[in-house]
Ligand binder design. Structure first.
Ligand SMILES: Nc1ncnc2c1ncn2[C@@H]1O[C@H](COP(=O)(O)OP(=O)(O)OP(=O)(O)O)[C@@H](O)[C@H]1O
Length: 382
């Protein structure tokens, strides 16, 4: 099929006040243009996208937040003879692709904006008669196997048959910046993805636990960022890597062994708070889910977040592993997270699961956490 344009639609953006909607629309247009070479007209909650390369555009629109659905379409003038001519050719193409034949129940749906001689129903009935004349397929308005859409907008008419689901959400970059703690595991990239979908730009921090973890962990993290960047058109993810081994060694040397994971996590939030200040971010994201592992019990969550200076958002907090994995597979991070990275040897044999706030405060003092975090910050690289 030779299409003329792609019609994109947004959902939630349309519920905003006109001023906010205008801002979101402009951001969405610039995000689309960042990865797709095209011209775009915006008109009444529709994006009319004229790409240089259709296949490339169809693939990339699937990863641009804010777009709820999109349809490759042909355009023509609103005139019954023109509709008959172009729709007949369109049906011929669908027949060649095996999408319609004389037995395929079909329906025409018409949406109309502006003043015309015919009502939407009359336009749909006319288009239906063209399809019947061309191919003899049966009309079935309740249970069609294929739908033909006619969108009549003043003097322009668009014909399409697909409404491809987009990722939804809000345009990236409309909600401010967050610092995301991203390991090489399954959960944290999903957490970052979900907040990107809510329009938040991301600075990703990874803690390199060498010598307690091997180089593969950091390599996997970089691969995960490459994958997440496919969804970051217009606002690529900024990355920071922290050498964290010395901090962990201090925890092991100066605090009860049992508390290593609690102090590790608490140090991450503290360091992320410093990075958030530098990055003008408004919060921190992590991949916690209540009770998933020893470090994610409610007492540990409380004890590790106690000295963070920014809100910590955990979008996976109420999801179970199967639900998280389903998202990871959908967005393509799962196979990377599944790669063996050797794990972390700093984890004690019996990690604390019911951290006591007072004892954690004592341990934080014993390791001189603030100073150690400043030292680690000095070893931050991009
Ligand atoms: N090396 C690391 N670098 C950056 N963030 C980390 C690291 N390790 C853990 N985190 C953060 O802390 C959260 C909880 O830690 P936990 O040790 O349970 O994670 P994990 O199971 O290793 O990884 P994930 O939760 O990503 O599957 C992670 O979701 C992630 O946000």
């Amino acid at each position: 099929m030779k299409y003329d344009l792609i019609i994109g639609r947004y959902g939630e953006v349309g519920l905003k006040s006109p001023r906010v909607r205008g801002r979101f629309e402009r951001k969405l247009v610039s995000n689309i243009k960042s990865s797709i070479k095209c011209d775009i007209d915006v008109n009444q909650a529709r994006f009319f996208i004229f790409p240089e390369n259709f296949d490339d555009a169809v693939e990339k629109l699937d990863k641009i937040f804010g777009i709820v659905s999109y349809s490759p379409a042909i355009s023509l003038t609103t005139d019954l003879d023109e509709i008959e001519k172009h729709l007949t050719k369109y049906i011929e193409e669908l027949e060649k692709q095996g999408l319609i034949d004389s037995d395929t129940p079909f329906a025409v749906r018409c949406r109309r904006v502006g003043t015309h001689d015919l009502s939407s129903q009359e336009f749909a009935a006319f288009a239906g008669s063209v399809v019947v004349k061309k191919i003899g397929a049966p009309v079935d308005l309740t249970n069609p196997k294929i739908k033909i859409f006619l969108e009549v907008r003043e003097g322009e008419t668009y014909i399409f048959h697909e409404k491809i689901q987009g990722p939804g959400g809000l345009p990236l970059g409309t909600q401010g910046r967050l610092v995301a703690l991203i390991s090489s595991g399954i959960d944290s990239p999903v957490a970052a993805y979900l907040m990107m979908k809510r329009g938040c730009e991301i600075t990703a921090i990874h803690f390199d636990n060498d010598p307690f973890a091997g180089p593969q962990v950091t390599e996997n993290f970089k691969e995960l960022i490459n994958k997440l960047n496919e969804y970051a058109s217009g606002s690529p993810i900024r990355t920071k890597i922290v050498k964290y081994g010395d901090y962990l060694q201090k925890c092991k040397d100066k605090a009860p062994e049992k508390l290593t994971c609690v102090l590790c996590k608490s140090g991450m939030y503290k360091l992320a708070s410093e990075v958030a200040k530098r990055e003008k971010a408004l919060g921190i994201i992590d991949g916690s889910s209540v009770g998933q592992v020893a470090s994610q019990t409610l007492p540990n969550i409380l004890a590790t977040r106690d000295n963070a200076e920014f809100p910590i958002l955990s979008p996976l907090i109420g999801l179970d592993k199967v639900e998280i994995e389903k998202i990871a597979k959908k967005i393509g991070t799962f196979p990377i997270s599944e790669l063996n990275d050797g794990g972390c040897s700093a984890v004690p044999k019996y990690p604390e699961t019911k951290a006591n706030l007072e004892r954690v405060h004592d341990a934080v003092e014993a390791i001189n956490q603030s100073e150690e975090i400043l030292k680690a910050l000095d070893k931050l690289y991009s």
